[in-house]
Structure formats: structure tokens, C-alpha cells
Ligand binder design. Structure first.
Ligand SMILES: [Zn+2]
Length: 290
């Protein structure tokens, strides 16, 4: 089973993770720009981070046989920080046309402040201007109200519904988002929130159209293999192989393809792995022989 992991923060993960993911069938990943666990104090820190996603991380993934794509965005938490918000959004505008950028995100609400809303709206407009899909983070607290307000802002923006992925859904938000024409994302976590078993039950109730699953693995307690592990639970529960492939492969790549930066053809030939290759003079080998 080929798998595309549509939401994972590899910047925070190890080479072991890349190896295990490749072994589990993960051929490509999308790494959304996000919050690093502590605030950045200068716009330059965003520039370096975005350059890392587009440069070193993309290179590093390829060294383990995984194609790496990313999204550009100012996350909702740091939208509240006047030291960086305007400058970071100008960088998003500049960087969103770079090779490998397949959406604007993660954008949306965290605490539902006025500033979060302002930068959410600005970044939806950047996506519209550049013909890019948007990846929307929904708040973990006050989830239902957060999702409803998110949907209002998206509707008012006039962006085409099939260019919108609303992420971090659960049983309560699924019926609210399901008939909007937007894509639905689900982050599967090791302990809390969404489990593979609950996910299978959601597929049973709501089908698999425009449904996408991810691990959202980052620097916190998370598991970069939760998509392949969920595939196993889907199989055990008797889900059709074609339906499983739709959820973990065809849906995510189809969603991001209007960017013009990703297509099924990207995954045709295996180019092989050459670990002697350099990125700006640096390799993953750290002096070891391949
Ligand atoms: Zn994330």
C-alpha cells in the first residue's frame, strides 16, 4: 500500500522516523509550516525556518526515499505576536510560489482572537491570488465553536470549496463540515483525541469522499507511523483495499494537486538513494560511509 502522509512536521523528527516511514510504505509527506513550541522573536527566524522546509528538509527526506512537500503559512498562535506577524505574512506571500509548496497553511484560529482572524483572512487571499489550496488548523479547545467560526470566515472569502482542507476533525465536527464541499482532515494521535478505531467508525458512518488522515507528528508525544497503523485497523475491520488506498494515497495527492507542484507522476520511478549527495555542501552522512 502506497501512503502519502499529508500533515507531519519532519523538522522535529529523526532519521529513524524517515527510515521507518519509508519501510511502512510512506512515499511522500507534506510538512505544514507551524509553531515550534516557543515563540520566534524575529521575522528572520521565520525566513530561516521556511528556507529549511524548502531546502534541507526536502533534501534530507529524499535521502531516505521520501518525497517532501510543504505548505507556507503564519500559524494562528504567532499571528498574535506583533513582533513577527506582518513580516512573516509578507514572507508567505513571497515563498508560496517556490518549488514544492503545495498549499497555504496551517492557518486558522487558536484562541479565536481578532488578530488570528485578520491574518487568517489575509492568508486565504494569498492562496486565492496564487491558486493554492489552504490547510486549516482548527482549535483544540472550544472545538465546535472554533470550527463554526472557521467555516464562516472561509465561506466569506469566496475561495472554491474544493481548495479547502479543514483539519483536526472528530465525530462532533464531521457532520458540521461534511456537506460544505470542503475536504476533511483527521489527525490520529497515540493516546487522546482521535484513535485508529474511532477513525474507522467515522469512515463507516460518513464514507471516504474528500476524507484525509494524518499523524500530525511533531515535537510532542506523537507517532509518525499512525497512518500506516490506521491502515492495518482499516484492513482488520474489513474495509475494501481500494477504499483504503483512496484515503491514504489518492485523496491527499488529489487535494494538493491544483498547486501544480505535486502529481501522481512524481512517484513513478524510484530514483534510488545516493547518500553522497550534498545540499549546500552538507550531506546526511556525518562522515560515515554510505
Ligand atoms: Zn500541524
Amino acid at each position: 500500500m502506497r501512503i502519502f502522509e499529508p500533515h507531519i512536521h519532519m523538522f522535529s523528527r529523526t532519521t529513524d522516523d524517515y527510515e521507518n516511514m519509508a519501510l511502512a510504505g510512506i512515499k511522500g509527506v507534506c510538512e505544514p509550516a507551524f509553531w515550534l513550541g516557543q515563540p520566534r522573536t524575529t521575522v528572520g527566524a521565520f525566513k530561516d525556518y521556511y528556507d529549511t522546509l524548502l531546502g534541507w528538509e526536502r533534501f534530507r527526506a529524499a535521502q531516505f526515499g521520501v518525497r517532501h512537500y510543504c505548505t507556507m503559512g503564519l500559524n494562528p498562535k504567532e499571528a498574535n505576536d506583533d513582533r513577527v506577524n506582518d513580516g512573516a505574512v509578507e514572507l508567505v506571500r513571497e515563498y508560496c510560489t517556490r518549488e514544492g509548496v503545495i498549499a497555504i497553511g496551517e492557518i486558522g484560529y487558536d484562541d479565536m482572537t481578532a488578530k488570528e482572524e485578520k491574518y487568517f483572512q489575509i492568508q486565504i487571499q494569498i492562496a486565492i491570488d496564487h491558486g493554492l489550496p489552504i490547510l486549516i488548523h482548527t482549535p483544540h479547545r472550544d472545538k465546535e465553536q472554533g470550527v463554526r467560526r472557521t467555516l464562516d470566515v472561509v465561506r466569506e472569502s469566496g475561495i472554491a470549496p474544493d481548495m479547502v482542507l479543514v483539519d483536526h476533525n472528530n465525530e462532533m465536527t464531521t457532520p458540521i463540515v461534511k456537506d460544505t464541499g470542503y475536504w476533511l482532515g483527521y489527525s490520529i494521535y497515540p493516546n487522546t483525541k482521535m484513535t485508529p478505531q474511532r477513525m474507522v467508525e467515522i469512515f463507516r458512518r460518513f464514507g471516504t469522499d474528500q476524507m484525509i488522515i494524518n499523524s500530525a507528528a511533531d515535537w510532542g508525544i506523537s507517532d509518525p507511523l499512525l497512518v500506516p497503523k490506521t491502515v492495518q485497523v482499516m484492513r482488520k475491520s474489513g474495509m475494501d483495499e481500494a477504499e483504503i488506498e483512496k484515503v491514504v494515497w489518492r485523496n491527499p495527492i488529489s487535494f494538493f494537486s491544483p498547486s501544480g507542484q505535486i502529481s501522481f507522476a512524481d512517484f513513478g520511478d524510484n530514483e534510488g538513494i545516493d547518500r553522497t549527495r550534498l545540499h549546500q555542501g552538507n550531506s546526511v552522512l556525518r562522515g560515515q560511509t554510505p
